[in-house]
Every structure is written in C-alpha cells, then in structure tokens.
Design a binder for this molecule. Structure first.
Ligand SMILES: Nc1ncnc2c1ncn2[C@@H]1O[C@H](COP(=O)(O)OP(=O)(O)OP(=O)(O)O)[C@@H](O)[C@H]1O
Ligand SMILES: [Mg+2]
Length: 213
C-alpha cells in the first residue's frame, strides 16, 4: 500500500532548489534523503509533510491530494496520522518531558509506552523540566512524543544529530521495529550515510534533483 506519493515537485526561494522530484513510499518502508547542507532537504520534507505548498507538483498522503484538501481535514490528518520530528525540537519549555508526551497522546487518544521511554534511555529523566535536559535528551523526548502518537507516517529531519553513534543506532532500531509492527513508513533526512543505508531507499539531493542511489 502506498502511503506517500509525490509527483513532479519543484520549488525555489531566491534561486531554484529542485525540479521534477517524484517519489513514492509504501507501508513498512523507509526512505533516507541525503545531500549537502542547503540543497533543499528540509524544504522537500516540509512539502511532503503538508507544511509548505510546492511551486509545482502534488503530494498524496494515504491517497489524498493534501494541497487540495480543506483545512479541517488537513489538521485532522496531521494530528492523527503524521509524526514530525524537526531539526530544532519544539517541546513545551515550561513542561516536564512526560507532560510533553501527554499533550500528544491526549490529542491522538493513545497511551505512553514505558518500554519506549526505557529503550530511548529517558525513563529516568521523564519528570524533569525540558529546560533541565541535555540537547540529546530533548531530542529523544521529541522522538518519544512523536512515536507515542502512533502515526502512520513519520517525517524525521536529522533526528539523531545530537546523539552519539550507539544511541543513534538504537533510535534507528526503534524506528525499524515501529514500521514493521504498525505498517507505517519513515522519511528520514540525515547527514549520516551509515544510518541512511539502513533505510529501504536512499535518495540524494544533488544538482537540483533527487536521485535514488
Ligand atoms: N522560508 C524560506 N525563505 C527563503 N529561503 C529559504 C527558506 N527556507 C529555506 N530557504 C533556503 O533554501 C535553501 C535550502 O534550505 P533547506 O533548509 O531546505 O536545506 P537543507 O538541505 O535542509 O540544509 P541542512 O542540511 O543545512 O539542514 C537554503 O539556501 C535556505 O536559505
Ligand atoms: Mg535541513
């Protein structure tokens, strides 16, 4: 089953970023997007995840053309089916790590899985304020928050950028297990070629286009 399908996407800001980008992703699969800094990976991710209208082309999520959907359906789709882990993590600063997870699970009607917190190594710090956590711990809290929602499609932009290699590998294993057990899919932007290679597909953003490697 195809969860994500993008057709002939083009986008530019002050100068053209990419042209004619097409891709598709099935349930249970993952795709990595690699490429030099500034090549447009985060921009593409924003377009694929419903946050930015492309200049040209269209994006289908779960068979719906998202840029012709009404706002209400789009909000519902984001809340229930999409998990987004950004380059800078938007946690609620005045709240504890646990309260940050609760916000997500209350909205989606899911429960927080203690095993996930343990695997991510944040079970001991879960009641601390977000501002008291290290950068890597905050990053793992935002991963836990997204996974706790049980999304069908996860978008992760450098989710392991602040983590040591073995913690990064554990995060990838958590993603793999999740995709398998929930028939979900993952779009991962990373500078780490070793992590990229663990994905079903690897694409490189280069010379204004996206090529499978
Ligand atoms: N909202 C915006 N307005 C104008 N220019 C933008 C905007 N967002 C991104 N850009 C420009 O588009 C280019 C691509 O940015 P993008 O964030 O997609 O790159 P990236 O491949 O994710 O880089 P990195 O690996 O450093 O995260 C950059 O030159 C950036 O300045
Ligand atoms: Mg980026």
């Amino acid at each position: 089953m195809t969860l994500l399908k993008a057709t002939s996407l083009s986008h530019s800001f002050d100068y053209p970023l990419f042209e004619d980008v097409s891709l598709s992703l099935n349930a249970g699969e993952s795709m990595a997007i690699v490429g030099v800094s500034g090549s447009g990976k985060s921009t593409l991710m924003h377009i694929l995840s419903s946050l930015l209208h492309p200049l040209k082309g269209n994006v289908e999520l779960f068979g719906n053309d998202i840029y012709s959907m009404d706002d209400k359906s789009l909000v519902k789709l984001r809340r229930n089916d999409l998990g987004m882990i950004y380059q800078s993590h938007y946690l609620f600063k005045g709240f504890s790590a646990y309260e940050n997870l609760e916000v997500a699970t209350l909205l989606s009607g899911e429960v927080i899985d203690p095993t996930l917190l343990k695997r991510l190594g944040i079970d001991q710090v879960i009641n601390q304020k977000v501002t008291e956590l290290s950068g890597g711990q905050q990053q793992r809290v935002s991963i836990a928050r997204v996974m706790s929602k049980k999304p069908r499609l996860i978008f992760a932009d450098e989710p392991t950028g602040n983590l040591d290699h073995s913690t990064a590998l554990e995060v990838m294993e958590i993603f793999d297990d999740y995709l398998r057990t929930h028939q979900a899919a993952l779009v991962l932007v990373t500078h780490d070629e070793a992590l990229a290679k663990r994905c079903t597909h690897v694409y490189r953003m280069q010379d204004h286009s996206l090529k499978e490697v």
